[in-house]
Structure formats: structure tokens, C-alpha cells
Design a protein around this ligand. Structure first.
Ligand SMILES: O=C1C[C@@](O)(C(=O)O)C[C@@H](O)[C@@H]1O
Length: 805
């Protein structure tokens, strides 16, 4: 048996077709998808009108049902044919006809055709009852003529950002669609294959940039469907308790497709981790199924996982050959983990050639990873497993698929550290009776053991600057270390000389530092290795040591959490990315950035203002306005970005460029413009701002009066509202935040306000992930952030706890 051709890897630019029942959300998703991938949205109705010169309703009236039917299908086929690349195509009612469905099936050979699946109750609530029953019945056909599936999860059960509601009740509530957009854009990144590359290019040290199998240590949280269906825990409680989730299907309710699709969607949304999708052949405690019963069902379920675009498909290579071949043909961009489980007594010992043969066979099938687990009765010492791994390394040349191999017994996985990658783990509150691997260890425990066994080292992390004694970072970071089983420490060190900072960084146990003023800019010339974001902004706020043995980034990334002399230091800027994350999360689809139209406003001209401008640029905004009390400084910042943007050839507004004689000559491009006075009207010809970021202190600093910035009322007229991000949190309710709450309550409820604690928590989360390479316990860090701040307000808690050097 050898690998079969992968039938579902398409040209990354191939147009993506959306099919599904009326009310499934195709139009909204199409719109979001087109913006995300920067593609053209083609809708069936619009295309019909373009080709025939009249709407479908008019055509039907004028030409009757038969001619309309024929015309409709012709238009449909031309729509597909003429838009093979670069589009998102939204299908309407025509996809219900057989001829159109044949055309879609044909299209599936070259393009992704995504069936949009929405809960029946949701669709029924939107449509007339009789309509709904009929439509849902024929909707099943859509599944048959598609090759992907997106489960459009209802948003009402999830938390909203801010408290905004739409002014116009006929429009969807903007914040309601935020999760859906996040889910759908990730899904598109996965099926077009751009996800991992994008993350790597964006930030090679980010958690998303390195897939779990390439991390130095990684853990797979095992979650069984039977458990998820019954548990009384919230899915959110599993956050950051593994590097990926192994979702195990171990029961087959009558509506298994619905149940499984929904569960995958929920896991994605709530945990944001890659999914390993596994269909278990013989679950513990379940009736044994005959091969003719189980093979077709399981084969369909494996295909469902691949249609849902899971990151990994776990495939048992001891199963029926046609089931294996079907899964391999349908693989698409999911990675396949080929498994050999030896579950009973008499499993061949690790030095038996059988295992090496199995490895070779899995490799020849095209498996991306190979997993071997063996039931052991104490007959196989740990060294046997180790020498088997060495044997694989020595006999099979690179590139060879990563290997996961361990022994397990009735008591569970023998030791938690047998494999470096994808070690099976459980949640501490989980009972795992049903799991034949009887997981004994949690992520925290397993990861902690790496330190106890000196494979990793306890390190010291810092926030440093001239005024950091009240920083909330130590509380948040230390809580996150404790949660993840890391013996690291994080402290605030007040210092303001580069010499002292260098001394801190040169220690063998230095893990990384968050920088505050005056270091963010001053350190730039000292750092040879910086992210391109930090270079563009001209400031660094995170420094980490590079301890890789080679110059490869992966090597450096995987040397985090280890002590020793650093070869170099890497500087990055998470100020911009945190602001970016907060804006992206809060911006409603109606205010989605349109480069030529959307306006952004930044208040201030310091380091944070630079980061805010950069965040707006990265969001695609090309009309950025800067206001600062000292106009000259605003001009400098604007100049910095205009020069940078010119070098990058970013599209933006133009203004006449003065020639040597002062006369107009040609055009210069401008991405940033300065607003000189608050009393000025909003600049003519530009939309009112929908993204506003305030980067000025709300308390008096160094004797200078607080900025006390509030928006001029004339600038607040965006009919679709927008987002205000306030960076200050002393006090939390700054004059701007108070003004926006009142404005939202009384005038336009579509504004979302993000307060300073949300942003500072996001900064700490991103810094944690960058410095440790591990997923941050976000909810915990946010909670600790608020709690610590409240304690500080009351004058209690640890308060000003930092060292002064
Ligand atoms: O602005 C901040 C906040 C911070 O100073 C803190 O105290 O957590 C840490 C800095 O790196 C970051 O840029």
C-alpha cells in the first residue's frame, strides 16, 4: 500500500465558493472572507443582473418559469467559469438545481467549495416554518456537492466585547459577529494554507508560528466526545492546558455529524488551539462494532474532520486499507498523524524490526507525523524506547516525519516525558476512566517535570524602566508561570541606565525583559536582531536572549526556557500588536477597514502613539490623523511614518509636493497627517474616525498637567460608531472613557470602548508568549490584572513592589 494522490490541495488563489441554505450566513461570511483575503466578492444575484440586465425577479416575471430556470443555471455556470481565481463566490438559490450541483461537483476538483452549516434551529428561526423544513431537506444536497464545511456557530452564547448594540435593529448587532469573523478567517487561512506561513512571517517567535510537532516540548490535551457531552465544566477552563487538543470521537449519536461539527467549532472558538481529530475504533465501555458496521461510519467521520479543515487527522494505520486510502486522498492541507497502537499483551518490544517497518510504511503513505504507542506490562525498560528512537534517526534520512512514541500500562502513560512532542495530557479536574491511555499527567505537571529534570532551567524575567514600580506585569507574569508549571520569576526593576540594563541581560539566567521608558528607543542601536515591526516603529519593548546553537530561528525559539550565555538578543515590539489585537477584536464588521475610506485618529506623539499608528497601518488604514498638544512632535511622528510608508510603497492619500522653487510639482504620498487644534473641524474630504487610540497620560507626570483629552463633539459623528482604545488606566475611567460611555449610552450605541487594563493585559499576554514560547493563560492574566489594579487602588496588595537599581 502506498500513498495516494492528495485531491484537495488547490491553488492558493483558487476562488472559494460558499453554498448552503438560505439563512446560513453565506453573504455575511462572503463579505468577511473577501475583506480578509483581499478578494472580490461575487454574488449570484448581482452576477445575474450583470449578465442579463435585470434582476432574477424581473426576469421571472417577464420570461416565465421555464426560461428563467434555464437562464439561471447558465448564469450560474458562467459565474463559476469566469471567476476561477481571486474571488469569494456566494451561491444563491440556483445551487438547489441538479444541473448547478453537477457544476459544483466538477468545480470541487479545482476549487474549495464550502458548505456553510448552521444550526437547524437558527435557520428555522430566520425563515418561514414551511419554507425552512423544505429548504433544510434539500440543503443536504449542498453537502454532497462541496468539499469543505464551515460550521457557523451561533454567537449568542459567547461574550461580547464592550456593551455596544446596533442602532439599527435590522442590522446584525456588530459585536455579535466578531467571533464568527475570527472563526471564519482562521478557517480560510487553514484551507488556503496561508495560516502557518503568515504567522511565521509576522512573528517567528510567536506561539502560532511554530507547530506543536516542531516545538522542543509539546502536549496534546485529550478530550473525548463522550466527556465533552456530559461534563459540567466550561470549555474555556481548558485554556492553555496543552499545545493542541486531541478531539476523540468515541460515540455515535444519531445526529453525529451535527454534534461533531459543532464540537469542532466550539473547541476552535473557545480554545484557539490546533485540533488533532481522532475517530476511535474500539472505545472502552462501548459495544464492539462489526467491521462492516464501523468502517463506513468511521470513514465518513474521518472525511468530515478533513472537510472541517482540522489541523491534524489522526489515522490508525492498522485499520481497513480502503478507509486509510480514502482519508489520504481527501487529506487536503490537514496533516496526517499515522498511528500504530499496540493495545494488548504481547506487543512486539521496541527493538523488534516491526516498529521500524511500521515507521517506514507510514512514511511511504505520506504521513506528516508518526505515532506509536505500546501497551507494556513492565517488559520493556525505558532504554528500549530511547534506542528505538535513535535507531529511527540513524537509519532513516531526513526529511523524516517527527516521531511520537511511548509505552503505556493500565495505570496510564508510563512516564509523562517519554516523548518530547505531543505528550498526552489531561485537565486536572478531568476524570479519565474512559481513556485507554488513562492519562495521569496534566500539562502543568509534565512541563514542570522538564524543569525538575534539568531539561529546562528556571529563569529571571523583568520589567524595567525609570518608573515601573507600579507595573501590573509582575503579578500577571508570575501567575502565568505558576499556572504553567514554570519555576521562573518576574520582577520590576527601576533603573534608567543602559549599562545597568545590559548587566541584567548578560546574566546566564536572564529570560527576557519588558522595557518601559527610557529604554524603548534608547536600546535600538544596541540590538542587532530586531523584528521588522520594531524597526519600522523605531522602538522595542521586549528583549529576549538568543541561545540557539545555530543561527536558525527555530533553534533560537526552541532554546527559550534554557539558561546559558546568549549569542545575541532579539528585540520586538508588542505594544503595537496588543493595540492591533484590541482594535481587531472590537471593530464591528460594518467598520471593517476600507483602506481608501477608513480614518483613524491617534492622540499623542510618544512611543505608544508610534505603536498605535503602526497598528492602524497594519489593519489597512491609510488615513491616519495625529493630534498632540505639542504640534511639532506630532509632525515628527507623522514624518517618520510617511517616510517609512513611501519606502514600502503603501497606497495612501496624495498631496502636491513643493518643488525647489516652492511651486507644486508632482505628488507625495502621505499616510499620516497632523491635526493642529482640537477646535478645527474634521479634515475635509475624509470620513469621520472609526478607530481612535488615546496614548496620553490621564494623570500628572513630572509636574506636567494631565492631558485630560476628550473628543471634540464634531469628530464623533461616525454613524456606524467605532472603537475607542484608551491606553491610560490611572484613573481607569479617564475623561475620554467617561465621555465615550456617555456618548454610547445617549447618542450612538455602536461605539465600543476598550479600557487601559484590557490593553495592558494584552501586552503582558503577548510578552509572555514571546518570552516563553508557551500559550498564555489569558483569562487568568486578565483577571489578575484587574485584581492587582484594584488592590493598588485600595493601597493594599503588593503595591510598589519592584527593586530600585
Ligand atoms: O507599556 C508597557 C507596559 C509595561 O510598562 C508594564 O509595566 O507592564 C511593560 C512595557 O513593555 C509595555 O510596553
Amino acid at each position: 500500500m502506498s500513498g495516494s494522490r492528495n485531491e484537495r490541495v488547490f491553488d492558493p488563489c483558487a476562488s472559494i465558493v460558499l453554498v448552503g441554505c438560505r439563512g446560513a450566513g453565506k453573504r455575511t461570511l462572503g463579505f468577511m472572507g473577501a475583506l480578509h483575503l483581499r478578494r472580490r466578492l461575487v454574488t449570484e444575484d448581482h452576477y445575474f443582473e450583470k449578465l442579463t440586465g435585470m434582476s432574477r425577479g424581473q426576469f421571472l416575471l417577464q420570461h416565465g418559469k421555464d426560461l428563467f430556470g434555464r437562464q439561471d443555471v447558465q448564469v450560474f455556470k458562467r459565474m463559476l467559469d469566469n471567476n476561477r481565481t481571486g474571488c469569494i463566490i456566494e451561491c444563491g438559490m440556483s445551487s438547489l438545481s441538479e444541473e448547478a450541483q453537477d457544476a459544483l461537483r466538477e468545480y470541487c476538483r479545482t476549487n474549495p467549495v464550502v458548505y456553510i452549516h448552521r444550526e437547524r434551529e437558527q435557520i428555522a428561526a430566520l425563515l418561514d416554518a414551511t419554507d425552512a423544513t423544505a429548504l433544510l431537506k434539500v440543503d443536504e444536497k449542498h453537502r454532497e456537492c462541496s468539499n469543505f464545511e464551515f460550521y457557523n456557530l451561533d454567537d449568542s452564547a459567547t461574550q461580547f466585547v464592550g456593551t455596544s448594540t446596533a442602532a439599527d435593529s435590522r442590522q446584525p448587532v456588530p459585536s455579535k459577529l466578531l467571533n464568527v469573523r475570527e472563526d471564519f478567517t482562521k478557517f480560510l487561512d487553514q484551507i488556503t494554507g496561508r495560516g502557518a506561513t503568515k504567522a511565521w512571517l509576522e512573528s517567528p517567535f510567536s506561539v502560532a508560528a511554530i507547530p506543536p510537532e516542531f516545538r522542543s516540548y509539546s502536549y496534546a490535551l485529550r478530550l473525548r466526545l463522550s466527556y465533552l457531552q456530559e461534563m459540567d465544566m466550561e470549555l474555556e477552563e481548558f485554556e492553555a492546558t496543552g499545545d493542541c487538543v486531541e478531539f476523540i470521537i468515541d460515540q455515535w449519536p444519531h445526529d453525529v455529524v451535527e454534534v461533531v461539527s459543532k464540537q469542532v467549532a466550539l473547541l476552535r472558538r473557545k480554545l484557539g488551539l490546533p485540533i488533532i481529530y481522532h475517530v476511535e475504533e474500539n472505545p472502552r465501555g462501548q459495544r464492539r462494532r462489526a467491521p462492516e458496521e464501523k468502517d463506513p461510519v468511521d470513514s465518513d467521520l474521518l472525511e468530515l474532520g478533513l472537510r472541517l479543515g482540522v489541523e491534524y487527522l489522526s489515522l490508525d494505520l492498522q485499520r481497513d486499507e480502503s478507509l486509510i486510502q480514502r482519508a489520504l486522498r481527501y487529506k487536503g492541507r490537514s496533516k496526517v498523524i499515522g498511528n500504530y497502537w499496540y493495545m494488548g499483551f504481547g506487543a512486539p518490544p521496541w527493538h523488534d524490526d516491526q516498529h521500524l517497518e511500521n515507521y517506514r510504511h507510514a512514511q511511504s503513505l505520506g504521513c506528516d507525523l508518526i505515532r506509536m504507542a505500546r501497551f507494556s506490562t513492565g517488559d520493556s525498560p525505558v532504554e528500549h524506547l530511547e534506542s528505538f528512537k535513535k535507531r529511527v534517526e540513524q537509519t532513516i534520512p531526513n526529511p523524516r516525519p517527527p516521531l511520537v512514541a511511548y509505552d503505556f500500562s493500565v495505570l496510564g502513560v508510563r512516564t509523562p516525558l517519554q516523548s518530547k512532542i505531543l505528550n498526552p495530557v489531561k485537565h486536572p479536574d478531568m476524570d479519565t476512566d474512559q481513556d485507554f491511555l488513562a492519562i495521569i499527567s496534566t500539562y502543568r505537571h509534565s512541563y514542570g517535570l522538564e524543569f525538575q529534570q534539568f531539561l529546562l532551567d528556571p529563569l529571571e524575567f523583568y520589567v524595567t524602566g525609570s518608573n515601573v514600580s507600579w507595573s501590573l506585569s509582575p503579578a500577571m507574569q508570575n501567575a502565568a508561570y505558576e499556572f504553567s508549571g514554570m519555576p521562573h520569576t518576574f520582577q520590576a526593576v527601576t533603573c534608567s541606565t543602559l549599562d545597568r540594563l545590559t548587566q541584567i541581560c548578560l546574566a546566564d539566567t536572564f529570560g527576557g525583559a519588558n522595557l518601559a521608558a527610557p529604554f524603548k528607543i534608547a536600546i535600538m542601536p544596541q540590538l542587532k536582531v530586531k523584528s521588522h515591526h520594531a524597526t519600522a516603529i523605531g522602538a522595542v519593548n521586549v528583549v529576549l536572549p538568543l541561545r540557539g546553537k545555530t543561527n536558525a530561528i527555530l533553534d533560537h525559539a526552541n532554546s527559550r526556557n534554557k539558561a546559558g550565555a546568549a549569542q545575541e538578543f532579539f528585540g520586538d515590539n508588542t505594544d503595537w500588536s496588543s493595540i492591533f489585537t484590541c482594535l481587531r477584536r472590537a471593530i464591528s464588521p460594518r467598520n471593517y477597514v476600507q483602506p481608501s475610506k477608513t480614518s483613524g485618529l491617534v492622540i499623542g506623539a510618544g512611543g505608544m502613539a508610534r505603536a498605535a499608528i503602526y497598528a492602524l497601518i497594519q489593519l489597512g488604514c491609510r488615513n491616519i490623523f495625529v493630534y498632540n498638544r505639542t504640534v511639532e512632535r506630532a509632525r515628527e511622528v507623522a514624518e517618520h511614518f510617511n517616510t517609512w510608508a513611501e519606502g514600502q510603497q503603501l497606497g495612501m492619500t496624495t498631496k502636491p509636493k513643493p518643488g525647489p522653487d516652492g511651486q507644486g510639482q508632482g505628488q507625495v504620498t502621505e499616510i499620516c497627517r497632523v491635526i493642529e487644534r482640537l477646535a478645527d473641524p474634521w479634515p475635509e474630504g475624509y470620513q469621520l474616525p472609526t478607530m481612535i487610540i488615546s496614548c496620553v497620560p490621564a494623570t500628572s507626570l513630572d509636574g506636567t498637567p494631565p492631558a485630560d483629552f476628550v473628543m471634540p463633539v464634531g469628530w464623533l459623528g461616525s454613524p456606524t460608531g467605532g472603537v475607542v482604545v484608551e491606553l491610560a488606566y490611572e484613573p481607569l475611567i479617564t475623561p475620554l472613557v467617561a465621555q465615550m460611555y456617555a456618548h454610547r449610552d445617549q447618542i450612538n450605541p455602536s461605539w465600543v470602548v476598550v479600557d487601559g487594563l484590557e490593553v495592558v493585559a494584552e501586552m503582558a499576554i503577548e510578552a509572555f508568549e514571546l518570552m516563553t514560547g508557551r500559550m498564555a493563560p489569558k483569562r487568568l492574566m486578565k483577571e489578575v490584572c484587574r485584581r492587582t489594579w484594584e488592590q493598588q487602588q485600595r493601597g493594599g496588595g503588593d503595591g510598589a513592589s519592584g527593586l530600585v537599581l
